[in-house]
Design a protein around this ligand. Structure first.
Ligand SMILES: [Zn+2]
Length: 70
């Protein structure tokens, strides 16, 4: 029986690139930890700085630069 891997992080699809391959979560916060910086360098996340508003986008596509809220 196939097991569902729930540990695989969910990523929404970019509507322009039609893939989620380049989509990374945007992490907001005034304080940036070493861990977050490391993740950004590995292209796993994008640092968004201090959130501008409650509806700030939380996904960023590195393929086309589109940022969106899901
Ligand atoms: Zn894209």
């Amino acid at each position: 029986m196939a097991r569902i891997n729930r540990k695989k992080p969910f990523r929404p699809r970019c509507k322009y690139c039609r893939t989620n391959k380049f989509v990374v979560p945007i992490v907001y916060g005034a304080r940036v930890s070493e861990e977050l910086l490391e993740k950004e360098q590995k292209d796993e996340i994008v640092l968004g700085g201090v959130a501008r508003s409650v509806d700030a986008p939380n996904w960023h596509c590195k393929g086309c630069g589109w940022e969106f809220l899901r």
